[in-house]
Design a protein around this ligand. Structure first.
Ligand code: GLP
Length: 233
């Protein structure tokens, strides 16, 4: 695991954006795994800025988001679909058919999970995946206790995760479930970059750094991957 400590959130976002853009330059057909949450917002801002100068960035790229809430429409203001449009997809030249997000409003959720997992496999798997970190160590929506061999599936969100994600659901009705890539889905990515910024993540970062590998702490699965970079600020 490569650890990089950046001076602040801006520097972390610059570094993450540079990694993402360099990966597209070296392989324009790259398959990216993309996160949501507050942490990657400025990385996306930097990527959008760079791509407005250097168009065609995403012309041949393929993206798969890590997760999506269940039970809300894709155009709901709190959906990760809306998030991705607002922060990235509306400003880059990605072909919409290549920008994948699980559909949490699908009538058959298990079929949707299987379809998503197959869509990733059909393009040869994830190349570079960015992850945020939950304060409880979750990655994507894989909460503590998730088996490391898990694949894309429907999960129940913990109360602490629902509270942490309240800001986009003003009426307090954060969905109780989500579709998430599994830990095995994420670990199959050729390389992984984990982003963690701020005091709220310090405890989780220290636990990750301790090297203890446990299903009670999902991010610790990353120790089983040969190419992980952790950016902290
Ligand atoms: C949500 C997302 C995760 C994200 C986490 C941290 O639960 N599903 O993928 O990593 O939040 O979010 P934030 O960056 O806002 O702290």
């Amino acid at each position: 695991m490569n650890w990089e400590t950046l001076t602040d959130y801006d520097a972390l976002s610059d570094r993450a954006a540079k990694i993402l853009l360099a990966a597209i330059r070296s392989d324009p057909h790259i398959v990216l795994g993309l996160p949501t949450g507050r942490t990657p917002v400025r990385m996306y801002e930097r990527v959008v800025g760079a791509c407005s100068r250097e168009y065609h960035c995403f012309r041949d790229a393929v993206t798969f988001n890590l997760d999506e809430y269940v039970g809300i429409e894709q155009d709901h203001p709190g959906s990760y679909c809306t998030f991705m449009k607002r922060h990235l997809f509306d400003f880059i030249d990605i072909d919409p058919v290549n920008a994948h997000i699980p559909n949490g409003a699908a009538p058959d959720l298990d079929a949707e999970c299987a379809r998503y997992e197959k869509a990733i496999a059909d393009v040869g798997g994830l190349g570079l995946t960015f992850l945020g970190l939950g304060a409880n160590g979750h990655i994507a929506f894989n909460e503590p206790g998730t088996p490391f061999d898990s694949r894309t599936r429907v999960v129940a969100l913990t109360e602490s995760t629902r509270v942490a994600n309240e800001s986009l659901f003003p009426e307090g009705n954060v969905p109780a479930q989500a579709i998430t890539m599994g830990i095995a889905t994420i670990l199959a990515s050729k390389s992984i970059v984990l982003l963690a910024s701020g005091s709220r993540k310090r405890g989780a970062i220290e636990r990750l750094r301790s090297g203890e590998v446990s299903e009670q702490f999902p991010a610790s699965a990353l120790w089983e991957h040969p190419n992980v970079t952790v950016l902290i600020a």
